[in-house]
Design a protein around this ligand. Structure first.
Ligand SMILES: [Zn+2]
Ligand SMILES: [Zn+2]
Length: 364
């Protein structure tokens, strides 16, 4: 039975102040500044969301550093894992949400819903797509403007703190698990299984009936991955022949049917192509900057391999991934800190010192 998530008393506060606290940067490279800013009024089709928690994604740091070959808004308030409550509506927004609704702000802030990609459910690939905390201000603020039609309803069974990291990390890996196109009983390798994305991928894969080989490094990550349902663990730092070690975990030594690479090292992609069984699928999720996938054409043809990119998820993926978590199938490993800690969190992230997911409490 679903357990009811705890209701934060702040969820009942529909009062809209004139001023709020935001985390903003004005130029590529930063610095990031936590300061006061006016609360905006929602326009046509928009809702004002009182953001109570926001997860921090590595993409937020990449956006500030200008690591992607894409342009973002400046100055920018980052953040795309916002969980909060609708407190005000612009004209027409009531078609999608009402005041008091518990909602999530995900990476995909808006899409046209009319083009070929949108009609097929490929909303992230819409040419009109807007991204939270990238092309528009995101969830590192207490009151965020959002396109009402792309807000994600948060089920009552999930508390907002748990829901927030799912809005990017959860949706992204849930979709990636789908892109692996497996049938129950098949085996998937998850690279970076002990990380912020990977630990969620393990659970969504197990929930779908797939057998999981976790790839990561260290006793702590092994313990975590196994506790979440991984049947095998391969330590990439210890194994001299990682490809063989991964193949050896499968009964017929032919390797897994899919690999979801949630790590940000380029080598992981090449290794995956070598350990996948014939007709296997490589799902690219992690984004190492300036990296190519080197695939040998002969073996790609001979083994009939599939190489697919998986980019966040659509509105339906967001709803499904939260629903699964709300039914207790997915545990989110995270640490909660105040918004004022964000500059320090970025420093730690840059140094690779963050384990699991960081959630910001916007009132701290
Ligand atoms: Zn993200
Ligand atoms: Zn579209």
């Amino acid at each position: 039975m679903a357990t009811k998530g705890k209701i934060d008393p702040r969820e009942r506060d529909m009062n809209v102040p004139k001023e709020q606290t935001v985390a903003i940067f004005r130029q590529k490279g930063g610095p990031l500044s936590v300061e006061k800013a006016p609360v905006q009024k929602p326009q046509k089709g928009e809702a004002l969301v009182h953001v109570i928690y926001s997860g921090v994604c590595h993409t937020d740091l990449h956006a500030m550093l200008g690591d992607w070959p894409l342009d973002n808004k400046l100055p920018l308030i980052g953040g795309h894992e916002g969980a909060g409550v609708v407190v005000q509506l612009g004209p027409g927004a009531d078609e999608y949400v009402k005041v008091g609704d518990r909602v999530g702000i995900k990476w995909l802030a808006d899409s046209c819903l009319k083009c070929d990609q949108c009609r097929r459910g490929h909303e992230p690939n819409c040419s009109q797509a807007q991204c939270s905390g990238f092309t528009m201000d995101g969830s590192f603020q207490q009151y965020a403007i959002a396109s009402a039609r792309h807000l994600t309803p948060i089920p009552d069974s999930l508390d907002l703190e748990t829901a927030s990291p799912l809005l990017c990390a959860g949706v992204t890996v849930y979709r990636a698990v789908k892109e692996a196109r497996l049938t129950p009983g098949e085996t998937v390798a998850i690279v970076g299984a002990g990380g912020g994305l990977g630990h969620l991928a393990v659970q969504y894969a197990v929930n779908a009936g797939y057998r999981v080989i976790a790839i990561d490094s260290g006793a702590e990550k092994e313990k975590l991955a196994r506790s979440l349902g991984a049947e095998a663990f391969v330590d990439f730092a210890k194994e001299k022949d990682l490809v063989q070690a991964v193949k050896d975990t499968t009964a017929d030594k032919q390797g897994p049917s899919a690999a979801i690479v949630a790590a940000s090292g380029g080598k992981a992609y090449e290794q995956a192509l070598d350990y996948l069984r014939p007709r296997g699928t490589l799902v690219a999720v992690g984004l190492p900057p300036d990296t190519n996938i080197q695939a040998n054409v002969f073996f790609t043809v001979f083994k009939a391999l599939h190489i697919v990119g998986s980019y966040v998820g659509n509105r339906q993926d967001a709803i499904e991934s939260l629903d699964i978590a709300g039914r207790g199938k997915v545990k989110v490993i995270h640490k909660t800190v105040g918004l004022s800690s964000l500059p320090d969190i970025y420093d730690q992230m840059h140094a690779g010192k963050i384990a699991g997911r960081i959630v910001l409490d916007l009132d701290k």
